[in-house]
Design a protein around this ligand. Structure first.
Ligand code: CA
Ligand code: CA
Length: 140
């Protein structure tokens, strides 16, 4: 029993050494964000998510959204991918705003399959049911 307790500090030291490497890798990836601008929500009268912003071009991979709203309650948001003509826009992912971090931001990953069209880009925009949503900022 005493021998097991003495071995514990060695295990803790090993766990700290292992956790140091992934933290550095995350920081390097975050430096690669390309700011795409801030876009106002407009009421387009759609059935499920009436308020939408204009779309921005993305090369796929990961995409970051930060929502600005004056609403003090959480609400539904959706990331959609625009396609021309009668081709219906795709619903990429929907989320309850309370699941994001305190700044109202969300990162969506694995988006390469949404890259299409003659421009070789995905056209992403956010829709919401939140009538107090002001704008969305995008990073690709
Ligand atoms: Ca598409
Ligand atoms: Ca498209």
């Amino acid at each position: 029993m005493l021998r097991r307790l003495l071995a514990l500090p060695v295990v803790v030291a090993a766990a700290v050494a292992l956790s140091a490497a992934p933290a550095g890798a995350t920081q390097a990836k975050g430096a690669g964000w390309d700011y795409k601008g801030s876009y106002d929500f407009i009421n387009k009268g759609n059935e499920y998510y009436p308020y939408e912003t204009n779309a921005v071009n993305s090369g796929g991979g990961s995409f970051k959204v930060c929502i600005g709203t004056s609403n003090t309650e959480d609400n539904w948001y959706v990331l959609k991918e625009w396609d021309p003509g009668a081709n219906a826009d795709e619903e990429v992912v929907s989320w309850w705003s309370g699941s994001g971090d305190s700044s109202g931001c969300k990162v969506i990953s694995n988006l390469n399959k949404y890259v299409d069209g003659s421009n070789g880009r995905a056209e992403f925009y956010v829709g919401t049911q939140d009538p107090a949503a002001i704008h969305a900022q995008y990073w690709d």
